[in-house]
Design a protein around this ligand. Structure first.
Ligand SMILES: NC(=O)c1ccc[n+]([C@@H]2O[C@H](COP(=O)([O-])OP(=O)(O)OC[C@H]3O[C@@H](n4cnc5c(N)ncnc54)[C@H](OP(=O)(O)O)[C@@H]3O)[C@@H](O)[C@H]2O)c1
Length: 281
């Protein structure tokens, strides 16, 4: 099988590159320098040259707070870029996979969000990702939308590596303690997505590790596992004062994916322990 991966140098894209290489599949790994997804002509040309069976669209504008003052760029990448890649995938009959986010929801609930729940994003980033879902659905490709959230892993900057770095540097850290989600290891997300694709899954799915946490609980867990001491202070979203509004509760219901896979997702704490035992951050 041949897979084309956009955003291949990012946190999730690099997981797919590793996972598909390990399976012996042919991987066309496109970082931004090789394929800027906002360049429709280049996207079309590359898709026709490579004719992959599956396109994993991991390229995205992911700076949630910066998007509040840079909405044009966020939509250009997350909506127009997605349309370019999805339409090009449709034109060659490739399956198209789009990664979306728990931030498409408003968090005004205490029940996990199912794939059928109605998006109501609070931020520019969330709205641009909903627009990307729309572009995916309109493309005419065989599409899979994978919503996930709170990723940690090897590549890029992510919350867990930031907390651990600050601990090593002895910097006091404030962490938000009133937003709840499902921390998810990018490696598990890639594995489950590949399995779902192998099963021929289409439509919208939610994939995340099981269990829930606040950012503060996640920070504490990472420090405990690494036996590091850090002066961490829990703070409210209001005190933290980020530019973008985030859902207070963005727990994704993963039951349908678990049923499809025939097994439960690993708890986030176990996934975090495994990740930290393998990687030197
Ligand atoms: N991380 C999370 O917690 C999280 C949660 C929910 C959903 N997601 C979704 O999961 C997907 C992967 O996210 P991630 O965490 O892997 O993000 P990431 O580490 O920021 O990777 C995104 C990649 O896309 C690239 N990119 C940006 N603009 C591009 C363009 N115009 N053309 C081509 N490439 C471009 C970035 O390159 P540069 O570095 O050069 O900008 C980066 O390598 C995204 O769709 C994201 O919305 C992530």
């Amino acid at each position: 099988m041949k897979v084309l991966i956009t955003g291949a140098a990012g946190l999730l894209g690099s997981e797919f590159v590793r996972a598909y290489h390990a399976r012996g599949d042919v991987v066309v790994a496109c970082d931004r320098a090789r394929l800027d997804v906002t360049d429709a002509e280049r996207v079309g040309d590359l898709m026709r040259e490579e004719t992959p069976d599956v396109v994993l669209h991991c390229a995205a504008y992911t700076a949630v707070d910066r998007a509040e003052r840079d909405g044009e760029r966020a939509f250009s990448v997350n909506e127009d870029g997605t349309r370019n890649v999805a339409d090009a995938a449709a034109s060659i009959g490739a399956r198209f996979v789009y990664f979306s986010t728990d931030y498409v929801f408003d968090g005004q609930t205490d029940e996990p969000y199912t794939p059928d729940s109605l998006p109501n994003p609070l931020s520019v980033y969330g709205r641009s990702k909903v627009a990307g879902e729309g572009a995916t659905q309109a493309s005419g490709a065989d599409w899979l939308i994978v919503r996930t959230g709170w990723l940690f892993g090897r590549g890029g900057s992510n919350f867990v590596s930031t907390v651990l770095r600050r601990a090593r540097e002895g910097l006091p850290t404030r962490v938000v303690d009133d937003q709840r989600g499902r921390p998810t290891w990018a490696t598990n997300l890639a594995e489950h997505t590949i399995e779902l694709l192998d099963l021929g899954t289409l439509g919208i799915v939610h994939v995340a590790n099981s269990g829930t946490a606040t950012w503060f609980e996640l920070a504490e867990a990472a420090l405990r596992i690494q036996k590091l001491k850090l002066d961490v202070t829990p703070v409210s979203t209001q005190v933290w004062g980020a530019a973008a509004e985030r859902p207070r509760y963005s727990v994704l219901d993963i039951a349908a994916s678990e049923a499809r896979l025939g097994r439960v997702m690993a708890p986030w704490y176990d996934a975090l322990s495994t990740f930290l035992s393998k990687v030197d951050l």
